[in-house]
Design a protein around this ligand. Structure first.
Ligand code: AMP
Ligand code: MN
Ligand code: MN
Ligand code: MN
Length: 349
């Protein structure tokens, strides 16, 4: 494990994490301070540190995107190509519950000079609510993690049957076959495939309506009971020497207090980071959320949650993070290699 004891303490003691952080033996973290960056200042030495020291000046980074290995529409190669032309230099492919696209994406990223962090977005539940955890896996995966992916694949199968069964009651016949047809491949099915099936069957006018009425949080097609518990999934990530990141924490419809409880449980399980910004976010909400992340001593990540071109978001498109003391996740010692490598792409838009 690269992270070691001091990092546990960093993340578990909100009152003392700054002093501990400066003493951490890894030596790669630097403190973002109020005076560390002023408009017009050089952001960082591009040779020694191609990634920003603070989240508010991060550019060319997207640590949450999907490919056809799950519910995205681009192949891993096409996704990396799109990132390349958009000037992204540090990326993570985070398909739902699978690493199937990572080898292809890594090969393409290597040939184009992008840094790609092997990752996945894992499904789990906490207090009966569906939660997504991004697993950042710079050191590969443990046997436990691989077994965990098997657990998730089986859960997804059982869940698909249950979703199909529930949607029969609102008039979707043969839901499993229809969802498979919409997926267009043998990859594991997800709610978007059922949403598309509802649209094609004429039961709803569009995808947003399908989620709003039948598949969104708390609706009949939102089946969570098959997913493992949050602590289990975080354990697989820690086993692998990886970093666990709570995906889009503002999208679970939680109160701030409930998020405090989630973060406490997550940190207790070994979780170390959360996405400070996911796609478009209300700036006021993000500002307050940064304080909450800082209080809990969690590292901050950024990502578009890009799924396909033509939607509201493109790779690298996120609301600007506020200035804050939240430490970028790429300053985590386990991600030191990811943070220091990478050359500029030859084409940028
Ligand atoms: P699943 O992993 O099968 O639970 O499906 C979750 C995926 O459904 C998310 O990653 C999104 O891609 C998509 N999704 C969730 N909520 C919505 C929504 N309200 N509208 C459109 N797509 C959504
Ligand atoms: Mn998705
Ligand atoms: Mn998600
Ligand atoms: Mn996602």
């Amino acid at each position: 494990m690269l992270s070691g004891v001091s990092i546990d303490r960093v993340c578990r003691d909100p009152h003392h994490w700054w002093p501990i952080l400066t003493k951490t033996p890894c030596g790669v973290m630097r403190m973002p301070t109020e005076t560390s960056h002023r408009p017009g200042d050089p952001i960082s030495d591009p040779l020694s540190s191609p990634l920003a020291e603070t989240l508010d000046v991060a550019a060319g980074v997207d640590l949450h995107m999907h490919s056809r290995a799950s519910d995205g529409k681009l192949t891993p190669t096409e996704l990396v190509d799109l990132c390349h032309v958009r000037g992204i230099r540090h990326m993570a492919l985070t398909d739902h519950d699978t690493l199937d696209g990572v080898a292809e994406a890594s090969e393409r990223a290597r040939s184009l000079g992008l840094k790609l962090l092997p990752a996945a977005e894992l499904s789990c539940q906490w207090r009966g609510q569906g939660i997504h955890i991004v697993a950042m896996l710079p050191a590969g995966v443990s046997e436990g993690f691989t077994a965990g992916l098997g657990v998730l694949a089986n859960a997804r199968k059982a869940r698909s049957r249950e979703i199909a069964h529930r949607l029969e009651k609102i008039g979707l016949e043969d839901g499993l076959a229809r969802a498979r047809h919409e997926a267009g491949s043998e990859r594991p099915l997800g709610r978007p495939d059922f949403a598309a099936a509802l649209v094609t069957a004429g039961l709803v006018p569009d995808m947003p309506t399908a989620f709003k009425r039948y598949l969104g949080a708390g609706k009949r097609g939102d089946v969570k009971m098959h997913w493992p518990e949050l602590a289990t999934v975080v354990g697989w990530i820690r086993d692998s020497g990886g970093v666990a990141v709570i995906a889009h924490p503002l999208r679970y419809g939680m109160t701030r207090r409930k998020r405090d409880l989630l973060f406490t449980a997550f940190i207790e399980a070994g979780g170390e980071a959360a996405e400070l910004v996911s796609g478009y976010q209300n700036p006021n909400a993000t500002f307050d959320f940064a304080r909450q992340l800082h209080f809990h001593g969690l590292y901050g990540s950024l990502g578009s949650d890009f799924h396909y071109p033509g939607g509201a978001l493109a790779p690298g498109t996120i609301s600007p993070p506020p200035r804050s003391h939240v430490v970028p996740v790429w300053r985590h010692p386990a991600l030191a290699d990811f943070a220091t490598g990478g050359s500029a792409p030859s084409v940028t838009l």
